[in-house]
Design a protein around this ligand. Structure first.
Ligand code: ADP
Ligand code: MG
Length: 253
C-alpha cells in the first residue's frame, strides 16, 4: 500500500527521497521516501518517539538530514526553491512567565515577511484579526496567551502558522489536548485551506478516531514508513498492533 505511485501525474508539493537522520549515531528516521501532492492533507501516525516531530522539522528545514534529500516541486509563488511554510510546533500548553497577548503571538507569524516590527502596519493588524476571527478567537485578541486554555492556545498557534498565507503547513499534533469542538474547528479550517487554496498539509496525530480515520491519507511511521494509504484501509486492528510496537519491526507496506 503505497501512494507514491499516484503522484506520477499530480503536482508534487514535497518529495522526500531516502532520508535518514539521527540525533546521535543511532538513526531515529531511516530511509524515508514520501511524495506529497499539492493540496493533500496527510496524517503522520506513530507511537511516541517514532520520529514524527523529527520528520516535520526536517521538512520545515529546521534539521538537516544525515542523508537523503527533499524537493518541493515546481512552485508559482516565491523565487526560492523552498515554499512558504507554516509550522506549528508540538506544544501541549504554555505557561510563559512572559507578557504577550494573543494578537502579538499571531503577528509573530508575519515577522519574517515584513522585516519590521509586525505591529507597525495596519495590514498586519487587520490580517491578524481576520485569522483570529476565522478561528473563533475574536473576543480574546487582547488576552495574555498564558491565560488561555490549552485548546484556545492551539487555535492561536494555528493562527500564527496560517497568518502569512503558507503553501505548505507542517502541524505537530495540532489537536492534542483540544476538546472535540476545537479539534473539529481546526480540521475544518485545514480542509478549507487545502480545498480552496491548494495548501498542502502534513500533520501528526495520536487521535485515531477523531482525526486519522477522517483523513484521506495516513502515513504510519516508526523510524521507517510502515504503511501509507487511505486511513480506512490502513488503520485496521492488525496494523495498529504492528504500528504501535507489538510487532514493531514488521513492515506492512
Ligand atoms: P515523536 O514526535 O514521534 O514522538 P520525535 O521525533 O520527537 O518522535 O523523537 C524521535 C526520537 O528522537 C526519540 O527517541 C527522541 O527521544 C529522540 N529525540 C528527539 N529530539 C531529540 C533531541 N533534540 N536530541 C536528542 N534526541 C532527540
Ligand atoms: Mg512529537
Amino acid at each position: 500500500m503505497n501512494r507514491d505511485d499516484d503522484c506520477d501525474t499530480a503536482e508534487i508539493a514535497v518529495s522526500i527521497k531516502d532520508i535518514t537522520y539521527g540525533y546521535t549515531s543511532i538513526p531515529v528516521l531511516e530511509r524515508i521516501d514520501l511524495n506529497v501532492r499539492k493540496g493533500e492533507v496527510i496524517g503522520l501516525l506513530g507511537p511516541n518517539g517514532s520520529g514524527k516531530s523529527t520528520l516535520l522539522k526536517i521538512i520545515a528545514g529546521l534539521i538537516r538530514p544525515s542523508s537523503g534529500s527533499i524537493d518541493f516541486g515546481n512552485r508559482r509563488r516565491g523565487r526560492s526553491n523552498k515554499p512558504v511554510i507554516g509550522y506549528m510546533p508540538q506544544v501541549e500548553s504554555i505557561d510563559w512567565d512572559f507578557p504577550i497577548t494573543v494578537e502579538e503571538v499571531v503577528a509573530l507569524g508575519l515577522w519574517n515577511r515584513s522585516g519590521v516590527m509586525p505591529w507597525s502596519s495596519r495590514y498586519v493588524r487587520e490580517r491578524v484579526h481576520k485569522v483570529l476571527e476565522d478561528l473563533g478567537m475574536s473576543s480574546k485578541v487582547k488576552r495574555q496567551i498564558r491565560e488561555l486554555s490549552g485548546g484556545e492556545q492551539k487555535r492561536v498557534f494555528l493562527a500564527r502558522a496560517i497568518v502569512h498565507g503558507p503553501e505548505l503547513m507542517l502541524l505537530d499534533e495540532p489537536t492534542t489536548g483540544a476538546d472535540p469542538s476545537t479539534r473539529d474547528d481546526i480540521l475544518r479550517i485545514l480542509y478549507e485551506l487545502s480545498r480552496e487554496e491548494g495548501v498542502t498539509i502534513i500533520l501528526s496525530t495520536h487521535d485515531i478516531r477523531g482525526v486519522a480515520l477522517n483523513l484521506p491519507r495516513v502515513v504510519c511511521l516508526n523510524k521507517r514508513i510502515l504503511a501509507d494509504g487511505d486511513a480506512k484501509d490502513i488503520l485496521t486492528q492488525d496494523n495498529l498492533l504492528r504500528i504501535y510496537g507489538l510487532i514493531d519491526s514488521m513492515s506492512v507496506v
